[in-house]
Design a binder for this molecule. Structure first.
Ligand SMILES: *[C@@H]1O[C@H](CO)[C@@H](O)[C@H](O)[C@H]1NC(C)=O
Length: 168
């Protein structure tokens, strides 16, 4: 890599994904690793050559191509929210409270969704869900259904950032 391309590479990661993680309260090490891994995986899959690959751009319009296996199906293969599959998460795994998941129930769900010979999908699902659970659980250690819905519609992370700001 030349000096210039190396700088542009860092620019995208530092300007968008990295500060996003920091805003949610993740430390410098986790945010750096997460931004490199996420863009490293999603960029080659979602970018169709419209932006130079060196920037590691993730084209959100093509994000459905980044869906991995061992998932919940709450986003269908076209990337649309599937409310029946979303409801199924709670119908199948929310045993203690009808509208919330405990950490054990999340674990049960991850195991139930595991597809055979899908190491990459399993690791991705587990890391994503565990990060989400740690961010979004309430004071009783429960992931509430309405909070999870706001994750799927995209509003959750802005709310979490706002909450962190107001606590400071
Ligand atoms: C790449 O994908 C984007 C988003 O779907 C689309 O708007 C654009 O036209 C595509 N470009 C090429 C070169 O296929």
């Amino acid at each position: 890599m030349t000096k210039l391309s190396c700088a542009s590479y860092l620019l995208l990661l530092l300007l968008i994904v990295f500060p996003g993680f920091r805003a949610l309260g993740f430390g410098v090490a986790v945010s750096s690793a997460a931004s490199v891994v996420i863009n490293g995986f999603l960029s080659p899959i979602t970018n169709n050559g419209s932006i130079p690959a060196i920037f590691l751009p993730v084209l959100v319009a093509n994000i459905q191509k980044g869906i991995h296996g061992s998932d919940t199906g709450a986003y269908d293969t076209e990337g649309r929210f599937d409310s029946e599959m979303f409801e199924e998460i709670f119908q199948k795994h929310a045993h203690t409270n009808p509208n919330a998941l405990t950490s054990d129930e999340l674990n049960e769900m991850l195991k139930a969704n595991q597809q055979p010979n899908d190491f990459q999908g399993r690791v991705a699902s587990r890391s994503e869900w565990e990060a989400l659970f740690s961010l979004a659980k309430d004071d009783n250690g429960l992931l509430q259904k309405d909070i999870l819905r706001s994750f799927y519609d995209g509003s959750l992370f802005y709310k979490l950032e706002g909450k962190r700001k107001s606590l400071k």
